[in-house]
Design a binder for this molecule. Structure first.
Ligand code: PA5
Length: 406
């Protein structure tokens, strides 16, 4: 993975970026990267591999109940490739939609199913509500044996652990010191991914390699470079960062990225607003604003070569696209990427993150890279990256209003 600055706008040069990064070197010593981003992973990998093997043999579907950090990382990988083991994953507990609930219950009827409830403390209402519906379904299908079809991932000492103990649900540990959006290398993401047949060891290997890269204590450290640029641009009126990519299979990853930065930095009246550009489709909507609207954003491009290609069909009629003859679909996508980068970087600084291919290893690298960048960036901004008081207040108020109506 490499990070390159493209700037033809005159706002940020390599020299300026070196200078900014040098000033921020002290943030590398302030307890970052947090130990817990990758903690006890040998044990976690063994547990997840072992527990997932019986689910893989006996299930058609795993229903993951969890919201926010409890599902976004695993879903980013899953949605990119689909199931590798044949066990499909359904992602629920994301809303209070009766329509979605009815539709899921219809879809999974008569299927061999397991449930993985992921909730740090089991106080969040969305997972609580969906877990009830799924328990009813499991009881209907499996009678008294239903509890063997339930896995729960929560913190030690939580109500959820007690519930598991009292009702014979298998309990997996959500480490107490890791908050949801940083939990990718815990059973939160590793267990469902193992069920879906992903090589979770490779994902952790990628993360370990990235951890090593980011131990660089010079101004070449790519996480510190991006974190420094983010803060400099924010201070200079660029209030949004857009994560752009030319492969729609990264859309779920961009949702994980959005949550990571929005919840970690958007507080105390500060923080860059994270937005996403799924190109080339979005070039035909927000592309106009990017090019000629108010100059309030800069862009980070994720450049990943497509795993597939296809020669463009020769035309049967004169259709005006003769310049496509002899080219492939990827040739066109790459031309669009280079053209976009060139035009956008004339307006504002753009970063290009090149990833050689998309697989478990590179996903591990990317997750680790962005989590560490986010920790550094929040520290430079002067906010705590590990809390989300705004989200908590919405949760508490909803629950209080429901209790008041009892
Ligand atoms: O990053 C976080 O900690 C949050 O986004 C949580 O993951 C999210 O709010 C869900 O919380 P819980 O796991 O407690 O249900």
């Amino acid at each position: 993975m490499t990070l390159t600055l493209h700037d033809n706008s005159g706002i940020l040069s390599e020299e300026k970026l070196n200078e900014l990064t040098r000033k921020n070197l002290k943030y590398l010593d302030s307890g970052n990267p947090p130990e817990w981003l990758l903690k006890n992973y040998d044990e976690t990998l063994e547990d997840c591999e072992w527990l997932s093997s019986s689910v893989r043999q006996n299930a058609d579907v795993l229903i993951v109940i969890g919201v926010g950090g409890s599902n976004r990382a695993a879903r980013a990988v899953y949605d990119c490739f689909g199931s590798k083991s044949g066990v499909e994953i359904e992602w629920v507990g994301l809303n209070y939609s009766a329509r979605e609930m009815n539709s899921l219950l219809k879809r999974i009827d008569r299927k061999r199913m397991y449930v993985d409830l992921i909730a740090k403390n089991f106080r969040t209402l969305e997972p609580g509500l969906w877990f009830r519906a799924l328990r009813t379904q499991l009881r209907k299908e499996y009678g008294d044996e239903y509890s063997y079809h339930i896995f729960c991932t929560g913190t030690p000492g939580s109500d959820l652990k007690e519930l598991c103990y009292n009702h014979d649900f298998c309990f997996l540990e959500f480490p107490t010191d890791v908050c949801g959006r940083y939990s990718v290398f815990t059973p939160v993401a590793l267990f469902p991914l193992a069920v879906a047949g992903f090589d979770i060891r490779e994902m952790v290997n990628g993360a370990c390699a990235m951890r090593k890269t980011l131990q660089d204590t010079s101004e070449s450290n790519p996480a510190l470079r991006l974190a420094s640029a983010r803060n400099y641009l924010y201070e200079n009126g660029y209030k949004m960062e857009m994560l752009s990519f030319f492969d729609p299979s990264l859309e779920r990853f961009s949702k994980w990225w959005t949550q990571l930065f929005a919840e970690s930095e958007g507080k105390d009246g500060k923080g860059l607003y994270p937005v996403v550009g799924s190109f080339t489709e979005d070039l035909h909507s927000i592309g106009q604003y990017i090019q000629q609207g108010e100059p309030i954003l800069f862009e980070t491009f994720l450049n990943v070569p497509s795993s597939e290609d296809r020669k463009i069909d020769l035309t049967d009629i004169p259709d005006g696209f003769e310049y496509l003859d002899g080219k492939s679909v990827n040739d066109v996508n790459n031309a669009a990427f280079r053209a976009t980068l060139e035009t956008h970087s004339k307006r504002f600084p753009c970063f290009e993150i090149d990833v050689p291919r998309l697989d478990e290893y590179t996903f591990g690298e990317l997750f680790y890279f962005f989590m560490y960048t986010c920790c550094l960036s929040a520290r430079i901004l002067g906010v705590n990256p590990f809390d989300q008081p705004g989200v908590e207040s919405y949760k508490e108020k909803t629950i209080a209003s429901l209790k008041a109506n009892i």
